[in-house]
Design a protein around this ligand. Sequence first.
Ligand code: ASP
Length: 349
Amino acid sequence: MRRALVLFIALLAGCGGVRPPPAEWSLAIHGGARNFAPGDYTGEQLASLRTELGAALAVGAQVLERGGSSIDAVQATVSAMEDSPWFNAGRGAVFTHAGTHELDASIMDGSSGQAGAVAGLMRIRNPVQLARLVMERTPHVLLVGAGAEAFAVEQGVERVDPKYFYTERRWNELQKALEKEKAGQRSTREAYFGTVGAVARDRQGRLAAATSTGGMTNKRAGRIGDSPIIGAGTFADARCAVSATGHGEYFIRHAVAFDICARTRDPRISVGRAAHAVIFDVLRPEGGEGGVVTMDDRGVAAFEFSTNAMSRGRIAAGSAAAVAVLADENLAPPPQSRSSSKSSSKEKP
Ligand code: ASP
Protein backbone atom coordinates (compact mmCIF):
# COMPACT_ATOMS: atom_id res chain seq x y z
CA MET A 1 0.00 0.00 0.00
CA ARG A 2 2.79 2.39 1.01
CA ARG A 3 4.76 1.52 -2.10
CA ALA A 4 1.71 2.20 -4.22
CA LEU A 5 1.30 5.60 -2.60
CA VAL A 6 4.96 6.50 -3.17
CA LEU A 7 4.63 5.40 -6.79
CA PHE A 8 1.48 7.50 -7.21
CA ILE A 9 3.20 10.63 -5.82
CA ALA A 10 6.26 10.04 -8.02
CA LEU A 11 3.99 9.68 -11.05
CA LEU A 12 2.15 12.88 -10.21
CA ALA A 13 5.45 14.77 -9.84
CA GLY A 14 6.63 13.38 -13.20
CA CYS A 15 3.48 14.71 -14.87
CA GLY A 16 3.92 18.09 -13.30
CA GLY A 17 1.02 17.33 -10.93
CA VAL A 18 2.97 18.30 -7.78
CA ARG A 19 4.39 21.78 -7.97
CA PRO A 20 7.06 23.05 -5.60
CA PRO A 21 5.94 25.68 -3.08
CA PRO A 22 6.28 29.22 -4.46
CA ALA A 23 9.37 31.27 -3.75
CA GLU A 24 8.43 34.05 -1.30
CA TRP A 25 9.78 36.46 -3.86
CA SER A 26 11.78 36.02 -7.00
CA LEU A 27 13.53 38.20 -9.59
CA ALA A 28 15.13 37.39 -12.95
CA ILE A 29 16.82 39.64 -15.50
CA HIS A 30 18.35 39.69 -18.94
CA GLY A 31 20.94 42.12 -20.24
CA GLY A 32 20.47 41.34 -23.92
CA ALA A 33 20.91 38.45 -26.36
CA ARG A 34 23.56 38.36 -29.07
CA ASN A 35 25.77 36.12 -31.17
CA PHE A 36 29.24 36.74 -29.83
CA ALA A 37 32.28 36.34 -32.04
CA PRO A 38 35.64 35.49 -30.43
CA GLY A 39 37.29 38.72 -29.30
CA ASP A 40 34.10 40.74 -28.95
CA TYR A 41 34.70 40.92 -25.21
CA THR A 42 37.82 40.08 -23.19
CA GLY A 43 37.62 37.71 -20.23
CA GLU A 44 37.89 40.71 -17.89
CA GLN A 45 35.06 42.48 -19.65
CA LEU A 46 32.85 39.41 -19.41
CA ALA A 47 33.64 39.23 -15.68
CA SER A 48 32.70 42.90 -15.33
CA LEU A 49 29.46 42.28 -17.18
CA ARG A 50 28.64 39.49 -14.72
CA THR A 51 29.41 41.86 -11.84
CA GLU A 52 27.01 44.43 -13.32
CA LEU A 53 24.28 41.78 -13.58
CA GLY A 54 24.83 40.92 -9.92
CA ALA A 55 24.60 44.60 -8.94
CA ALA A 56 21.27 44.98 -10.80
CA LEU A 57 19.86 41.87 -9.10
CA ALA A 58 20.85 43.28 -5.70
CA VAL A 59 18.83 46.44 -6.35
CA GLY A 60 15.59 44.58 -7.11
CA ALA A 61 16.17 41.99 -4.39
CA GLN A 62 16.33 44.74 -1.79
CA VAL A 63 12.90 46.01 -2.85
CA LEU A 64 11.35 42.54 -2.76
CA GLU A 65 13.04 41.46 0.48
CA ARG A 66 11.55 44.37 2.38
CA GLY A 67 8.07 43.55 1.05
CA GLY A 68 8.01 45.92 -1.93
CA SER A 69 5.87 45.22 -4.99
CA SER A 70 7.04 43.38 -8.09
CA ILE A 71 6.32 46.48 -10.20
CA ASP A 72 8.64 48.58 -7.97
CA ALA A 73 11.27 45.84 -8.15
CA VAL A 74 11.34 45.56 -11.95
CA GLN A 75 11.40 49.34 -12.27
CA ALA A 76 14.30 49.71 -9.80
CA THR A 77 16.25 46.87 -11.42
CA VAL A 78 15.81 48.16 -14.96
CA SER A 79 16.65 51.73 -13.83
CA ALA A 80 19.93 50.45 -12.37
CA MET A 81 20.75 48.76 -15.68
CA GLU A 82 19.83 51.95 -17.57
CA ASP A 83 22.41 53.79 -15.44
CA SER A 84 25.15 51.32 -16.35
CA PRO A 85 27.19 51.86 -19.55
CA TRP A 86 27.34 48.06 -19.97
CA PHE A 87 23.85 47.68 -21.35
CA ASN A 88 22.01 48.91 -24.42
CA ALA A 89 19.51 50.96 -22.44
CA GLY A 90 19.73 54.44 -20.96
CA ARG A 91 23.42 55.39 -20.55
CA GLY A 92 24.87 52.68 -22.83
CA ALA A 93 22.24 52.88 -25.58
CA VAL A 94 23.26 52.14 -29.18
CA PHE A 95 23.38 54.82 -31.89
CA THR A 96 20.87 55.39 -34.68
CA HIS A 97 22.02 55.78 -38.29
CA ALA A 98 22.05 59.54 -37.71
CA GLY A 99 24.43 59.20 -34.72
CA THR A 100 21.72 60.00 -32.18
CA HIS A 101 19.97 57.93 -29.50
CA GLU A 102 16.30 56.99 -29.40
CA LEU A 103 15.27 55.07 -26.31
CA ASP A 104 12.27 52.80 -25.77
CA ALA A 105 10.88 51.15 -22.61
CA SER A 106 7.78 49.51 -21.17
CA ILE A 107 6.45 48.12 -17.92
CA MET A 108 3.45 45.94 -17.06
CA ASP A 109 1.76 45.01 -13.79
CA GLY A 110 0.44 41.47 -14.06
CA SER A 111 -1.93 41.80 -11.10
CA SER A 112 -3.83 44.83 -12.45
CA GLY A 113 -3.22 44.30 -16.16
CA GLN A 114 -2.07 47.93 -16.40
CA ALA A 115 0.82 48.87 -18.66
CA GLY A 116 2.84 51.90 -19.73
CA ALA A 117 5.42 52.49 -22.45
CA VAL A 118 7.54 55.18 -24.10
CA ALA A 119 9.45 55.30 -27.38
CA GLY A 120 11.82 57.52 -29.33
CA LEU A 121 13.13 59.39 -26.25
CA MET A 122 16.29 61.47 -26.75
CA ARG A 123 16.86 63.09 -23.36
CA ILE A 124 15.33 60.94 -20.64
CA ARG A 125 17.83 59.33 -18.30
CA ASN A 126 15.56 56.49 -17.15
CA PRO A 127 12.92 55.64 -19.77
CA VAL A 128 11.41 52.90 -17.59
CA GLN A 129 10.46 55.49 -14.96
CA LEU A 130 8.60 57.50 -17.57
CA ALA A 131 6.86 54.33 -18.79
CA ARG A 132 5.63 53.75 -15.22
CA LEU A 133 4.27 57.31 -15.09
CA VAL A 134 2.46 56.83 -18.40
CA MET A 135 0.83 53.77 -16.81
CA GLU A 136 -0.15 55.52 -13.60
CA ARG A 137 -0.81 59.11 -14.58
CA THR A 138 -2.32 59.00 -18.06
CA PRO A 139 -5.23 57.11 -19.60
CA HIS A 140 -2.79 55.89 -22.30
CA VAL A 141 -0.39 53.01 -22.74
CA LEU A 142 2.28 54.35 -25.14
CA LEU A 143 3.68 57.87 -25.58
CA VAL A 144 6.35 58.61 -28.19
CA GLY A 145 8.85 61.32 -29.16
CA ALA A 146 8.14 64.99 -28.44
CA GLY A 147 4.87 64.25 -26.65
CA ALA A 148 6.58 61.80 -24.32
CA GLU A 149 9.42 64.28 -23.64
CA ALA A 150 6.88 67.00 -22.84
CA PHE A 151 5.11 64.64 -20.45
CA ALA A 152 8.46 64.00 -18.77
CA VAL A 153 8.99 67.74 -18.24
CA GLU A 154 5.50 68.04 -16.80
CA GLN A 155 6.20 65.17 -14.38
CA GLY A 156 9.63 66.47 -13.33
CA VAL A 157 11.42 63.37 -14.67
CA GLU A 158 15.20 63.72 -14.97
CA ARG A 159 16.41 64.84 -18.40
CA VAL A 160 20.01 64.75 -19.56
CA ASP A 161 22.14 66.26 -22.31
CA PRO A 162 22.11 63.81 -25.26
CA LYS A 163 25.93 63.54 -24.82
CA TYR A 164 25.23 61.56 -21.65
CA PHE A 165 24.41 58.57 -23.87
CA TYR A 166 27.75 58.58 -25.72
CA THR A 167 29.95 55.52 -25.15
CA GLU A 168 32.97 54.59 -27.22
CA ARG A 169 31.95 50.96 -27.76
CA ARG A 170 28.57 51.92 -29.16
CA TRP A 171 30.11 54.62 -31.37
CA ASN A 172 32.57 52.09 -32.79
CA GLU A 173 29.74 49.64 -33.37
CA LEU A 174 27.91 52.27 -35.41
CA GLN A 175 31.03 53.01 -37.48
CA LYS A 176 31.41 49.30 -38.25
CA ALA A 177 27.75 49.01 -39.20
CA LEU A 178 28.01 52.05 -41.49
CA GLU A 179 31.09 50.60 -43.20
CA LYS A 180 29.32 47.31 -43.78
CA GLU A 181 26.30 49.13 -45.10
CA LYS A 182 28.51 51.03 -47.55
CA ALA A 183 30.03 47.75 -48.72
CA GLY A 184 26.53 46.41 -49.29
CA GLN A 185 26.71 43.85 -46.46
CA ARG A 186 23.96 43.23 -43.97
CA SER A 187 25.03 43.75 -40.42
CA THR A 188 22.88 42.11 -37.82
CA ARG A 189 25.53 40.65 -35.54
CA GLU A 190 26.55 43.96 -33.97
CA ALA A 191 23.11 45.41 -34.41
CA TYR A 192 21.71 44.45 -31.08
CA PHE A 193 22.96 43.48 -27.70
CA GLY A 194 22.37 44.69 -24.25
CA THR A 195 18.68 45.51 -24.10
CA VAL A 196 17.64 44.98 -20.49
CA GLY A 197 14.61 43.43 -18.86
CA ALA A 198 13.33 42.14 -15.55
CA VAL A 199 10.49 39.93 -14.33
CA ALA A 200 9.54 39.54 -10.68
CA ARG A 201 7.14 37.91 -8.24
CA ASP A 202 6.59 39.66 -4.91
CA ARG A 203 5.53 38.32 -1.50
CA GLN A 204 1.88 38.83 -2.44
CA GLY A 205 2.34 36.64 -5.50
CA ARG A 206 2.02 39.52 -7.98
CA LEU A 207 4.01 39.36 -11.21
CA ALA A 208 5.46 42.27 -13.19
CA ALA A 209 7.73 42.76 -16.20
CA ALA A 210 9.77 45.66 -17.62
CA THR A 211 12.07 46.15 -20.62
CA SER A 212 14.30 49.04 -21.77
CA THR A 213 16.49 49.52 -24.83
CA GLY A 214 18.34 51.82 -27.19
CA GLY A 215 17.04 49.59 -29.99
CA MET A 216 19.30 48.38 -32.78
CA THR A 217 22.55 50.00 -33.93
CA ASN A 218 22.16 51.95 -37.17
CA LYS A 219 18.37 51.89 -36.97
CA ARG A 220 16.51 54.53 -38.97
CA ALA A 221 15.33 57.58 -37.09
CA GLY A 222 11.84 56.83 -35.83
CA ARG A 223 12.23 53.04 -35.86
CA ILE A 224 10.53 51.47 -32.87
CA GLY A 225 11.29 47.89 -31.86
CA ASP A 226 9.50 45.37 -29.70
CA SER A 227 10.69 46.60 -26.30
CA PRO A 228 7.99 49.28 -25.82
CA ILE A 229 5.29 47.18 -27.46
CA ILE A 230 3.11 45.48 -24.86
CA GLY A 231 2.60 41.87 -25.94
CA ALA A 232 5.77 41.85 -28.08
CA GLY A 233 8.72 42.79 -25.85
CA THR A 234 6.93 42.85 -22.49
CA PHE A 235 3.89 41.13 -21.02
CA ALA A 236 2.63 40.12 -17.57
CA ASP A 237 -0.61 38.67 -16.25
CA ALA A 238 -1.52 36.83 -13.06
CA ARG A 239 0.42 33.70 -14.01
CA CYS A 240 3.15 34.67 -16.43
CA ALA A 241 5.68 37.49 -16.96
CA VAL A 242 7.98 37.94 -19.96
CA SER A 243 10.69 40.39 -21.07
CA ALA A 244 12.28 39.91 -24.49
CA THR A 245 15.49 40.82 -26.30
CA GLY A 246 16.55 40.28 -29.88
CA HIS A 247 15.66 41.31 -33.41
CA GLY A 248 12.59 43.34 -32.53
CA GLU A 249 10.76 43.20 -35.85
CA TYR A 250 10.31 39.43 -35.46
CA PHE A 251 9.15 39.80 -31.87
CA ILE A 252 6.52 42.34 -32.93
CA ARG A 253 5.25 40.27 -35.86
CA HIS A 254 4.78 37.24 -33.60
CA ALA A 255 3.53 39.05 -30.49
CA VAL A 256 6.13 36.98 -28.67
CA ALA A 257 5.59 37.97 -25.02
CA PHE A 258 1.83 37.62 -25.29
CA ASP A 259 2.04 34.36 -27.24
CA ILE A 260 4.21 32.80 -24.51
CA CYS A 261 1.73 33.73 -21.78
CA ALA A 262 -1.31 32.74 -23.87
CA ARG A 263 0.12 29.25 -24.39
CA THR A 264 0.27 28.72 -20.62
CA ARG A 265 -3.50 28.98 -20.33
CA ASP A 266 -3.25 25.27 -21.01
CA PRO A 267 -2.25 24.13 -17.51
CA ARG A 268 -0.08 21.36 -18.94
CA ILE A 269 2.25 23.93 -20.49
CA SER A 270 4.82 25.63 -18.26
CA VAL A 271 5.97 29.17 -18.95
CA GLY A 272 9.48 27.89 -19.74
CA ARG A 273 8.16 25.32 -22.20
CA ALA A 274 5.98 27.92 -23.92
CA ALA A 275 8.98 30.25 -24.20
CA HIS A 276 11.12 27.49 -25.70
CA ALA A 277 8.46 26.71 -28.30
CA VAL A 278 8.04 30.35 -29.35
CA ILE A 279 11.79 31.08 -29.58
CA PHE A 280 12.74 27.86 -31.37
CA ASP A 281 9.64 26.77 -33.30
CA VAL A 282 8.18 30.14 -34.28
CA LEU A 283 11.00 32.71 -34.48
CA ARG A 284 14.05 30.67 -35.34
CA PRO A 285 12.76 29.04 -38.56
CA GLU A 286 12.17 32.56 -39.87
CA GLY A 287 15.63 33.78 -38.89
CA GLY A 288 14.40 35.81 -35.92
CA GLU A 289 17.03 35.62 -33.20
CA GLY A 290 16.88 36.59 -29.56
CA GLY A 291 15.60 35.42 -26.24
CA VAL A 292 13.37 35.96 -23.24
CA VAL A 293 13.40 35.82 -19.49
CA THR A 294 10.15 34.49 -18.04
CA MET A 295 8.58 33.87 -14.65
CA ASP A 296 5.57 31.86 -13.54
CA ASP A 297 3.23 32.48 -10.61
CA ARG A 298 5.47 30.41 -8.31
CA GLY A 299 8.45 32.61 -9.07
CA VAL A 300 10.14 29.99 -11.25
CA ALA A 301 12.36 31.78 -13.78
CA ALA A 302 13.29 30.44 -17.21
CA PHE A 303 15.71 31.76 -19.83
CA GLU A 304 15.30 30.77 -23.48
CA PHE A 305 17.44 32.19 -26.29
CA SER A 306 18.63 31.19 -29.74
CA THR A 307 21.84 33.27 -29.76
CA ASN A 308 25.17 32.04 -28.40
CA ALA A 309 24.96 34.51 -25.50
CA MET A 310 22.36 36.21 -23.37
CA SER A 311 23.35 38.08 -20.21
CA ARG A 312 21.04 36.79 -17.52
CA GLY A 313 20.61 36.28 -13.81
CA ARG A 314 18.22 35.37 -11.05
CA ILE A 315 17.79 35.66 -7.31
CA ALA A 316 15.01 34.57 -4.94
CA ALA A 317 14.18 34.62 -1.23
CA GLY A 318 16.57 32.16 0.36
CA SER A 319 18.73 31.61 -2.71
CA ALA A 320 21.77 33.58 -3.74
CA ALA A 321 22.17 35.58 -6.95
CA ALA A 322 23.40 33.65 -9.97
CA VAL A 323 24.39 35.08 -13.35
CA ALA A 324 25.72 33.97 -16.75
CA VAL A 325 26.49 35.47 -20.15
CA LEU A 326 27.41 32.72 -22.64
CA ALA A 327 24.98 29.99 -23.70
CA ASP A 328 27.21 27.14 -22.59
CA GLU A 329 27.77 28.59 -19.16
CA ASN A 330 25.86 27.63 -16.00
CA LEU A 331 24.42 30.30 -13.74
CA ALA A 332 26.96 31.06 -11.00
CA PRO A 333 27.47 33.67 -8.27
CA PRO A 334 28.54 37.02 -9.78
CA PRO A 335 32.13 38.14 -9.22
CA GLN A 336 32.37 40.82 -6.54
CA SER A 337 32.84 44.41 -7.63
CA ARG A 338 36.42 45.70 -7.32
CA SER A 339 35.43 49.33 -7.50
CA SER A 340 33.30 51.68 -5.48
CA SER A 341 32.34 53.87 -8.45
CA LYS A 342 28.71 54.07 -9.56
CA SER A 343 29.24 51.57 -12.34
CA SER A 344 30.49 48.66 -10.29
CA SER A 345 33.29 47.73 -12.63
CA LYS A 346 36.70 49.20 -13.55
CA GLU A 347 36.66 47.60 -16.99
CA LYS A 348 35.25 49.65 -19.83
CA PRO A 349 32.31 48.18 -21.70
N1 ASP B 1 14.73 44.05 -29.11
C1 ASP B 1 15.44 45.29 -29.25
C2 ASP B 1 14.91 46.03 -30.44
O1 ASP B 1 14.66 45.40 -31.45
C3 ASP B 1 16.91 45.12 -29.39
C4 ASP B 1 17.56 44.18 -28.38
O2 ASP B 1 16.92 43.36 -27.78
O3 ASP B 1 18.79 44.27 -28.19
O4 ASP B 1 14.80 47.22 -30.39
